[in-house]
Design a protein around this ligand. Sequence first.
Ligand code: EPU
Length: 352
Amino acid sequence: MFFESNVPLQTHNAFGIVARATSLLRVTDVASLQVLLADPQFVRPPESAVFILGGGSNIVLTGDVKLPVLKVEIKGLRLVTETAKAWIVEAGAGENWHDCVGWCLAQGYPGLENLALIPGTVGAAPVQNIGAYGVELQDRFESLDALNLETGECFTLNAAQCAFGYRDSVFKHASDERGFGLAGKALITHVRFNLPKLWKPVLGYAELDKKQLECKVDEPSALQIYEWVCAIRRAKLPDPKVLGNAGSFFKNPTVSPEQCADIIQREPRIVHYKMADGNIKLAAGWLIDACGWKGKTIGNAGVYEKQALVLVNRGGSDNPVTGGEVMTLAKAIQTSVYERFGIRLEPEPVVV
Ligand code: EPU
């Protein structure tokens, strides 16, 4: 393995932003990376380690990346073991997420179908605990292997150790004084899923229920749900290959029941969901939409006309949006949502 210099990143990020990596290494296997890390010639910046790139589906590049980029291309899909209760499937971190979902279904291991068509790689999935249509990665997670980039040692984490939260995990946090946080310090190499044999469809999400009614199917199969999820996503989320975007740009904010009651008094139509812990989740897309942002554009950064939560590259590949334009639009949205609702929206993608 060797570092490539001055590598264009436009095709390696889903917004299609033009930027370069000063040096980039394609990581195809664990052992070669360990050899490299042990090489005294390999000098890393002292405090901020490296930048790990998966499919580039959840990043905003605001300039060239000066840190060494490790592009994860570790492949492989296999059944690790089969117990009386579950199939344990392992995927290399560089596998395409959607292909992994499709492979599991084709082998007869259902459970990931609600997460179909989420862009990105398998290794990125635990980082932000991807979720859609009532299922989060943590619900199907068994364990993962990662490489400590300081020592070169491999280690395994279970779900508790990953500290999953809503679009959150230990991999999204820089290490703190307690030693918590693995951002830039560890590279996920393999992820294992626990797919229960006692499969039950996860429905109850309004759009899935609508599909079920339309199709008049009482007991949908995993494949049927997979197809519904693909159809729903295709209808309302832009394909990054056609219109650059990083999926939902903001997290859905959480408020206390008291805060929610106060907002409902002023905004009776606000879309909100009660969570298991009693707090209320608000639909960020609704908040942004209510502020009139749908279809608006600043520079080459736009708000998608079918889903206000998604920011898009209006300049295509010839005159692409810059990371600065994306962040200017994001800040303008945050300001107007704050002024109207008193709620601070938090970006979902990693800003580099
Ligand atoms: N809404 C509007 N206007 C909009 C967008 C949404 O009024 O422009 C309303 C919708 O009508 C709906 C509510 O807001 O009542 C929620 O919208 P939706 O069901 O589309 O889900 P979401 O909260 O916008 C989340 C995830 C998506 C995931 C979907 C489906 C986050 C930040 N986003 O979106 O994840 O696919 O639920 O489960 O949690 C992603 O993370 O990139 C992503 C696409």
